[in-house]
Design a protein around this ligand. Sequence first.
Ligand code: TYM
Length: 337
Amino acid sequence: MGRPRVLSGVQPTGALHIGNWIGAISSWVPLQESHDNFLCVVDLHAITVPHDPKQLSENTLSTAAIYLACGIDPKLSSIFIQSQIKAHSELCWLLNCVTPLNWLERMIQFKEKAVKQADNVSVGLLDYPVLMAADILLYDADLVPVGEDQKQHLELARNIAQQRINSRFGKGQKPLLKVPKGLIRKEGARVMSLTDGQSKMSKSDPNEGSRINLLDPPELINKKIKRAKTDTHIGLEFGNIDRPEADNLLTIYSVLSGMGRDSVAKECSEMGWGTFKPLLAEAAIEALKPIQKRYKDLINDKTELSIVLEQGRANAEVVAEKTLNRVRSALGLIERN
Ligand code: TYM
């Protein structure tokens, strides 16, 4: 019996922001000690909406470099590019054939993204969650650390494994596919926009000022935080539904400063926005400094990155092929010699 496994990923659709880091990547780091981590850059997901090929290649490498810069250790984790492992596409097809169409039509993210694509909605966009299920199920993942917005996709992956594969095609004692559990952190699982405390911080928001990107220079972080939406009250508090900006910015501060919720609630209970914002900016700049430094080294000379990605690909491929063959054979597909 090996160690339990983790599978997660980020789409290389643009600059990664503190929401991606706080909600997902920061949870991967401590799990490396106890789990075998498979962390992919999900480039096949990124092409479900219109994309620029050159930009996609750049973003793919940049996202992998960010994983390393955030503290993923390639000795403990396998970092790889999703499209380089063909089993993802093949398992996706097999799962497509057992997944009811109406399960996909119900997906909130599909509905939201489809509105933005108007009359240009691809089949791939609808199929996005099945490809995500394939990513997870190929690695017999025990845990899938993600932000809160991925809860519904995760539930779909669990249902496909349990109801559509294991119960129909599984025979022996051991389930054909492992049914994974999500890992969603209590604080920071949904980091909100700087310009609107009611909407999620997102890579695709056309307003750059709505997010802090992991590679933003200090001056830009200062500027974005200075312009962040606030309210007219003095004294900052968590959990007041009428003050979503206060809750969001305090949460970001609490995570980035490492102080935790209680100390932050105490420190800021009588503070005005004018005092708080420079503190928040300082915490963000300090937290991102080591990531930015390491990222620069990795991207200026990509030798290390390509070695890591090749090793990650090799590790991942062995595991993925094994699972794929198990499913192919259970479905009655003739084995390859
Ligand atoms: P993506 O690239 O949209 O997001 C990557 C991760 O960041 C989390 N996240 C957030 N967390 C907190 N606050 C936010 N504002 C915020 N925005 C994004 C997301 O929940 C996610 O964990 N569908 C996935 C990519 C994927 C995947 C997978 C994830 C494809 N296959 C298999 C896990 C396992 C996604 O949303 O990517």
